[in-house]
Write a protein that binds this ligand. Structure first.
Ligand code: ATP
Ligand code: LTN
Length: 333
């Protein structure tokens, strides 16, 4: 059976950037591709590459698990699990660290960006992060990996590692294709619309979290940075603010930019923003309701147990095969 895999880090409350750029896509794919097996996980090992308080981390892991389901992932269709509960990911990462080079990891833009922000030193984990990500992926032999645009470089490195391992050790891994949605692949910050909307941005006004109450959602849209031109037109080069809001509008409603522009012809930002606030809230309301049912339920634990068990089954086999091909331990019978 063909496979699709992706993960999200529990580094902060989920915002509409990650939702529209990533989770909503998983839900669409699960419905569109019934012949694929899905593996979706909470990348908690990635989250500790920068220090996280224990209580905060635990809460974020559970919150993300519940949100995945609340956003529409079907636990019958998808193996949902927590990365650290599947030990073979880290073991495979070590094998990849011995097959990747300082130079290629030093070139990763996410590493450079994140390293620059560290005041207390940069961990080896942050540096080797892409090898763990490659392990997360290649250990499942997925055909496709749906991600946002910012992960493209990591996916290219993953493919390079797969090809290199295949050449050295006789075709072990499927070389996966990234699946990057055309619209919504990058939702930008509401306060700085040329930068990505990010969980880790210090400015709360920059984003809308999936669990934000109605009044906050509407307030954030209202105060989103636009420009002084006052017309609702999609022009990301010259007018990033309004274009970002149009992207959010379009991804949620499935309306093409032209139709939205026509609808607001002759109208100002005020009306557009009021409508968008209502649209975003309508989208999030059922998610919040389902989240509240799930967060303290036994159901959530059962879903995560089932996902973990299947992930362990797949990864233990693949790890054993890889170790055998490398020549580690004793020869398999
Ligand atoms: P941070 O927001 O803290 O920078 P991150 O992007 O590094 O987080 P994740 O939250 O794990 O990491 O990202 C999960 C997925 O969501 C990735 O595929 C990523 O590309 C996508 N994603 C995250 N933010 C956005 C965004 N603003 N627009 C579109 N896609 C996004
Ligand atoms: N690095 C990704 C999260 C992530 C991931 C993965 C995504 C970790 N492992 C495997 C897809 C496949 C991020 O920062 N968004």
């Amino acid at each position: 059976m063909k496979r699709i895999l992706s993960g999200i880090q529990p580094t902060g409350s989920l915002n509409i950037g990650t939702y529209l750029g990533s989770v909503k896509n998983f839900v669409k794919l699960q419905d569109k591709l019934p012949d694929y097996e899905f593996f979706i996980f909470i990348a908690d090992l990635h989250a500790i590459t920068v220090y996280k308080d224990k209580q905060v981390l635990r809460k974020l892991i559970k919150e993300l698990a519940a949100l995945y389901i609340a956003c529409g992932l079907d636990p019958e269709r998808v193996n949902l699990f927590i990365q650290s509960e599947v030990p073979a990911h880290s073991q495979m990462a070590y094998l990849f660290q011995c097959n990747s080079y300082m130079g290629e990891l030093e070139r990763m833009t996410q590493f450079k960006d994140k390293a620059r922000k560290q005041e207390k030193g940069v961990t080896v984990g942050l540096f080797s992060y892409p090898t763990l990500m490659a392990a997360d992926i290649l250990i499942y032999d997925p055909d496709f990996v749906p991600v946002g645009k910012d992960q493209k470089q990591h996916l290219e490195l993953t493919r390079d590692i797969a090809v290199r391992m295949n050449n050295k050790y006789n075709d072990i891994f499927t070389v996966p294709e990234p699946l990057i949605a055309e619209i919504g692949a990058k939702i930008n910050s509401l306060s700085n619309p040329t930068a990505k909307m990010s969980k880790s941005d210090d400015n709360e006004k920059s984003r809308i979290n999936l669990l934000d109450p109605e009044n906050i959602i509407k307030k954030r849209i209202k105060s989103a940075i636009t420009d002084s031109m006052g017309t609702v037109k999609y022009d990301p080069e010259n007018r990033p603010g309004i274009s970002n809001l149009l992207t959010i509008y379009s991804v949620i409603t499935n309306m093409p930019f032209n139709d939205i522009e026509d609808k607001y012809e002759g109208k100002g930002y005020k009306e557009f923003k009021e409508d968008l606030g209502a649209i975003v809230f309508q989208e999030l309301k059922p998610i919040q309701e389902r989240y509240n049912e799930l967060i303290n339920s036994k159901e959530l634990d059962l879903i995560l147990d089932k996902g973990r068990d299947r992930a362990i089954q797949v990864t233990e086999r693949k790890l054993a095969k890889t170790m055998d091909r490398i020549g580690l331990g004793r020869k398999r019978k």
